[in-house]
Design a protein around this ligand. Structure first.
Ligand SMILES: [Zn+2]
Length: 131
């Protein structure tokens, strides 16, 4: 199970290493301790501090209170996870645009053409799904 962290600059610096690529989920903490996801994102760049920088920017915005993240070992992996999460969670997300394909790479979303089983509207991060 993923750890859920408070979305503050101090917490991001403490928990997210520099120069990581990967995915992140932002939202609010539910009474049961799960993250109610409202925003998904990614960083595909190892330079400029990658994932940590993106999360610091979100922390400065102050729109969401909590986050969780997952580091990825390749751009393809991060993109595929972002697409999967988008299709699973899009009914509850604030970012409604489909993730862009990574620049200069010709990947396409493998989930657009597949029927996904519907999940409940209150689907949350945590538990085995993001395991
Ligand atoms: Zn898609």
């Amino acid at each position: 199970m993923k750890e859920i962290h408070a979305l503050t600059r101090d917490e991001v610096i403490e928990t997210v290493a520099k120069h990581l690529i990967g995915n992140y989920w932002l939202g609010y903490l539910e009474p049961g301790g799960n993250l109610h996801v409202k925003w998904i994102g990614r960083s595909l760049k190892w330079d400029k501090n990658g994932l940590q920088k993106r999360l610091l920017d979100h922390a400065s915005e102050g729109k969401y209170t909590h986050f969780t993240f997952r580091k990825a070992s390749s751009v393809t992996e991060a993109y595929n996870i972002e697409c999967r999460e988008y299709h699973i969670l899009r009914d509850q997300l604030d970012n409604i645009r489909h993730p862009d394909s990574p620049r200069l790479l010709n990947y396409s979303c493998e989930y657009c053409n597949h029927h996904l089983r519907p999940f409940g509207r209150s689907f949350t991060a945590g538990g085995a799904v993001h395991g």
